[in-house]
Design a protein around this ligand. Structure first.
Ligand code: PHE
Length: 347
């Protein structure tokens, strides 16, 4: 029968068209042409009406079989193209690990960049005669705020968005928002003078962005002795800046406010990316803020029974992650916690 012949031709035409097709978009267009409304298969179906009644069931079944066969041709082609697409995407997203597999020596693990930065910062201060002290990450309100001259409801508490724990009285136990409570703990030992740095993890309810993480690291410094002046603070900061960032990078202090220091300052260093000339990272100022500092407030000394008439001191606190970011020119700090091998292998 003539129709049988043309049905076979429809199937082979569809098969030929599909075999040359290389994209899913093109496949969809072809499918419409071979199976859609204006297609020959659709026409053959429409013409069934004019076929003699006794031949109609057989003829109808034949058309159905052809249509199903063509549909199968498209289904399997679509599956192949989708799989090829998926493979292409996988290949372009993949981290190439072959160098590691092929390396003659197995590659060794190493400390995270933030840990290494912390070690280097500690070394700089140990070389200046400081001891290293750690404090707890979970603190009470007294250590995190009150002993630092921020009584309950003091407006300056708003400077630190705090994560509280469901422990004890509401809002009494928290994840420390800075390393400053460790100052209080060191002073509480009652041994003076104090020359100490206190590194560690801190927490703030901040939305992560290029320069902030809700979990970050600070290093606190505290010196309390007889006759300590603001000049000692400025000199120490400058000494540290040169020792850590290298020659040609200097520091400056700008007036600021912290409840636990008076006077207070923000300390900034020359932008290491443009070396002071001005660039995007430093908002074209040539300077990048590293942290806060100041002379220890007499109220802090009094809270831990140190006589502010006899002893004076300075304190500073700055971001370890920020130091790593400046030293290694990391545009977005979030890479520090993403564990992307392509980033970590460079370090
Ligand atoms: N604790 C302050 C902060 O996190 C920094 C600071 C430390 C300021 C010590 C002064 C003295 O913002």
């Amino acid at each position: 029968m003539a129709v049988d012949g043309s049905l076979e031709e429809m199937l082979s035409a569809a098969t030929a068209a599909v075999s040359g097709c290389s994209s899913l978009d093109e496949l969809a267009r072809l499918q419409n042409r071979h199976l859609g409304k204006g297609s020959q298969v659709a026409e053959a179906r429409a013409e069934l009406r004019s076929v003699a009644a006794e031949e109609r069931p057989a003829q109808g079944a034949l058309i159905e079989r052809t249509r199903a066969a063509i549909e199968e041709v498209f289904r399997s082609a679509r599956e192949h193209l989708e799989e090829a697409d998926r493979q292409r995407r996988l290949a372009s997203d993949a981290a190439d690990l072959t160098e590691i597999l092929e390396a003659a020596v197995p590659s060794l693990g190493r400390a995270h960049l933030v840990q290494r930065t912390r070690d280097e910062l500690e070394d700089v201060f140990v070389a200046m005669g400081y001891e290293v002290v750690e404090g707890p990450e979970v603190e009470t309100d007294w250590y995190n705020f009150e002993a630092l001259n921020m009584p309950p409801a003091h407006p300056a508490r708003g400077m630190w968005d705090t994560f509280y724990l469901k422990l004890g009285e509401p809002n009494s136990i928290m994840l420390r928002t800075h390393t400053s409570p460790t100052q209080v703990r060191v002073l509480q030992r009652g041994e003076l003078p104090v020359y100490a740095v206190m590194p560690g993890r801190c927490y703030r309810r901040d939305t992560p962005d290029a320069r902030h993480l809700p979990v970050f690291h600070q290093i606190e410094g505290l010196v309390v002795d007889e006759g300590i002046s603001f000049a000692d603070l400025a000199g120490t900061i400058e000494e540290f800046t040169g020792a850590y960032f290298g020659e040609g990078i200097h520091s400056r202090l700008r007036p600021s406010y912290f409840p636990f220091t008076e006077p207070s300052a923000e300390f900034e260093v020359n932008c290491t990316i443009c070396r002071g000339a001005g660039c995007r990272t430093c908002s074209h100022t040539g300077w990048v803020e590293l942290g806060g500092c100041g002379m220890v407030h007499p109220a802090v000394l009094e809270a831990v029974d140190v006589d502010p008439e006899r002893f004076t001191g300075f304190a500073f606190g700055f971001g370890i992650d920020r130091c790593a970011q400046m030293r290694h020119e990391i545009a977005d700090m979030r890479v520090l916690v993403e564990n992307d091998y392509r980033f970590m292998r460079q370090l």
